[in-house]
Ligand binder design. Structure first.
Ligand SMILES: O=C[C@H](O)[C@H](O)[C@H](O)COP(=O)(O)O
Length: 219
């Protein structure tokens, strides 16, 4: 099976975890795009969606699904999103599509993070995928120096600004053995808007696409 077919498999499987008649948090990326399409095709009705990016908002609205601001809801029962890496405890690296800040904001509203990904995203230790960090521009060099002190090489993602208008640093060479500790530390650095480690907001459920079918990990 191709990677796209594996994504399609989990996108379809995730529809069963959507709570009918309730608000739904929707992430960003190629896997989520397939999920949005599968949800629309399923005929399952939700009250509306809170979206983590302009791209997902446009896709949802294209299917006639109502999208409201995060400010309009108190809680979401479920948030569905992809990941760039996920470990065996549900910790993730996210932000390969530059949507990490809004993703973390919407995930923070949710009771249950359902991660959908093909099996290539499952790793023992996070860090092979370059860690995305959204930063205030003037702080980029000093944030990069702090990562260098931890053994990471940070480079600006060229030609990319987030939906919030900020640049992204991609940090290579990290081995993130303690995701919660690193997320907590990097969050303290002046000029960091969001670090793409999702440990506080880890997945509660992962649906991983494999040639044999969907592997479910309950954390
Ligand atoms: O900023 C992007 C998000 O964190 C995505 O969820 C992540 O990059 C995975 O995307 P994809 O489903 O395209 O692999």
């Amino acid at each position: 099976m191709t990677q796209d077919e594996l994504k399609q498999l989990v996108a379809q499987a995730a529809v069963a975890h959507v709570v009918e008649g309730a608000w739904l948090g929707v992430g960003t990326g190629s896997t989520v795009n397939l999920f949005i399409d599968a949800l629309a095709a399923s005929g399952k009705r939700i009250r509306g969606a809170v979206s983590s990016s302009e791209a997902s908002t446009a896709r949802l609205r294209g299917h006639g699904i109502e999208v409201v601001d995060a400010a309009s809801v108190d809680r979401l029962p479920v948030y569905v999103d992809g990941a760039d890496e996920i470990d065996g405890r549900g910790h993730m690296i996210k932000g390969g599509g530059a949507a990490l800040t809004r993703e973390k904001i919407v995930a923070d509203l949710a009771d249950r993070f359902v991660c959908i990904a093909d099996e290539s995203k499952l790793v023992d230790v996070l860090g092979r995928f370059p860690l995305p960090v959204e930063v205030i521009p003037m702080a980029a060099p000093q944030v990069a120096r702090r990562f260098a002190a931890l053994g990471g090489q940070a480079s600006l993602r060229l030609g990319v600004l987030t939906d919030n208008g900020h640049p992204i640093l991609d940090v290579r060479g990290l081995r993130i053995a303690d995701p919660l500790a690193m997320e907590t530390e990097v969050n303290q650095w002046p000029g960091v808007v969001t670090v793409g480690i999702f440990a506080r907001h880890r997945a509660k459920l992962a649906l991983l696409g494999m040639p044999q079918g969907v592997r479910t990990l309950d954390f």
